[in-house]
Design a protein around this ligand. Structure first.
Ligand SMILES: Cc1cc2nc3c(=O)[nH]c(=O)nc-3n(C[C@H](O)[C@H](O)[C@H](O)COP(=O)(O)OP(=O)(O)OC[C@H]3O[C@@H](n4cnc5c(N)ncnc54)[C@H](O)[C@@H]3O)c2cc1C
Length: 411
């Protein structure tokens, strides 16, 4: 196999890191994943997977329909519960997953392909090995050092590798916060397996079913001037969430009444990294291009990155060009697409949160008309995003049985 014997360290066991670990290990690399946490765990939250991300899961032999449930539509409503537009999605390719289930499937897949996942390994410093004849070096908080052939930084928004390549910079607060919660379903909840998005002035709330409809995911976003807490997220009082969405329809009130525990995130961002690779290192996922979640693409883009990185490396090594050429090709393939997707997500914040009543009324009426006349054209404007299959239909492995994640899925 093209990457036989190449020793690759992947920093971070999130969605991007674990997908990269499986993609690289299936192509022959000796992969070690270094994760700072003591356990591979996920917040209680859902995730929408679109066809571009689902194609990568399939290419890796991880059947998305075993991980999540099919998403039939995206349904935009105003805060009174009146439909603005309901966009039916294709018969396959869109899924509603619990993050814990996706992480469990990816971690199982990475291990099954031969990757080692080492926990409690917080990377503190990385030498990228840009100087001739020097490879990368990783220093871990427990004083250990590693000298792999290649380092993949899938270490999220506060990436250590990003700092090593571009210099340290704190991500900026975007003026948006997000509460996330999972609640048990109850009679009266919408029956359709669809993502519902309720739009109000300066805020919106997304909800969809999880795990065959046993639970409902809630993501509620509010505009704020500043983010005071020291940490990036914290547990919040469910009453604060209920108060922020008090003016919304009874269906939303019924959901929020069931929230017992909720976390609040300050949404922070960096610009898309101008440089994704230096020496034998490369950034991937949120480490390269954190996004606002308003197009549900952060994890999908990270999955695409993982596939393209493994493919580009394999091709350059097979052609005798060495990994550097592959890493540069990876950046040139991924950077413009990530930029375009993130700009589209940022524009959605403005569309969902219209404050000026006449403008809001006009925008919602326009959506209603589009929904009646040509709903498919509205979904079709995102063909460039959802329609890309970076695998080109390749399958790196037979379908792998997916494990069920353990424990109570409500936080
Ligand atoms: C409210 C909300 C809703 C969202 N909904 C969706 C959605 O529906 N669909 C979608 O596609 N995306 C969604 N996203 C975005 C998505 O969650 C992220 O883009 C995605 O999880 C990024 O994955 P990643 O692997 O790049 O980084 P992360 O998930 O952040 O993983 C990084 C990992 O690296 C580890 N790490 C960090 N630093 C170190 C270090 N120094 N040493 C060792 N380990 C380290 C961390 O512990 C972590 O495990 C949403 C985001 C938010 C906030």
């Amino acid at each position: 196999m093209p990457l036989d014997g190449m020793r690759i360290a992947v920093i971070g066991a999130g969605i991007g890191g674990l997908a990269a670990a499986r993609a690289l290990a299936l192509r022959g690399a000796e992969v070690t994943v270094l994760e700072q946490a003591e356990k591979i765990r996920e917040v209680g939250a859902g995730l929408q997977i679109s066809p571009n991300g689902a194609a990568v899961l399939q290419g890796l032999g991880l059947e998305p329909s075993n991980i999540g449930m099919a998403n039939e539509a995206v349904h935009l409503l105003d805060r009174s519960g009146r439909t603005a537009i309901r966009m039916a999605l294709g018969p396959t390719g869109y899924y509603l997953c619990h993050r814990a289930d996706l992480i469990a499937a990816l971690a199982h897949g990475a291990r099954q392909a031969g990757a080692r996942i080492r926990l409690l390994q917080r990377v503190e410093r990385i030498e990228t090995g840009a100087a001739p004849d020097s490879g990368p070096e990783i220093r871990i908080a427990n004083q250990a050092r590693m000298r792999p052939d290649l380092v993949v930084g899938a270490d999220g928004l506060h990436s250590c590798l990003r700092g090593a390549i571009l210099g340290e910079a704190r991500p900026r607060f975007t003026g948006q916060v997000a509460w996330r919660a999972v609640v048990p379903s109850a009679p009266g909840d919408p029956e359709a397996a669809e993502a519902r998005l309720y739009m109000g002035p300066g805020r919106h709330l997304v909800t969809y079913p999880l795990r065959g409809g046993a639970y409902r995911n809630i993501v509620a976003v509010e505009e704020r001037r500043d983010w005071a807490p020291d940490s990036w997220s914290h547990e919040d009082d469910p009453e604060a969430l209920r108060a922020a969405f008090r003016g919304f329809c009874p269906e939303v009130q019924s959901l929020l009444d069931r929230v017992r525990r909720v976390h609040l995130w300050g949404l922070h961002r960096h610009e898309v990294a101008p440089q994704w690779t230096e020496g034998a290192t490369a950034l991937l996922g949120d480490a390269a291009h954190p996004t606002l979640p308003f197009l549900a693409q952060g994890a999908n883009l990270a999955l695409e990155d993982a596939w393209v990185l493994a493919e580009a490396l394999s091709a350059s090594v097979a052609q005798g060009q060495g990994p550097g050429a592959g890493l540069r090709h990876y950046q040139s393939q991924r950077q413009p697409r990530a930029r375009r997707a993130i700009e589209a997500a940022t524009r959605n914040a403005w569309k969902y949160h219209l404050r000026f009543p006449p403008l809001r009324l006009a925008a919602h009426s326009a959506l209603r008309i589009a929904g009646r006349v040509a709903p498919q054209r509205v979904v079709g404007q995102f063909d460039w995003l959802y329609g890309l299959d970076v695998t080109g239909g390749q399958r790196l492995s037979e379908p792998l049985p997916c494990p069920q994640s353990e424990g109570d899925l409500c936080p």
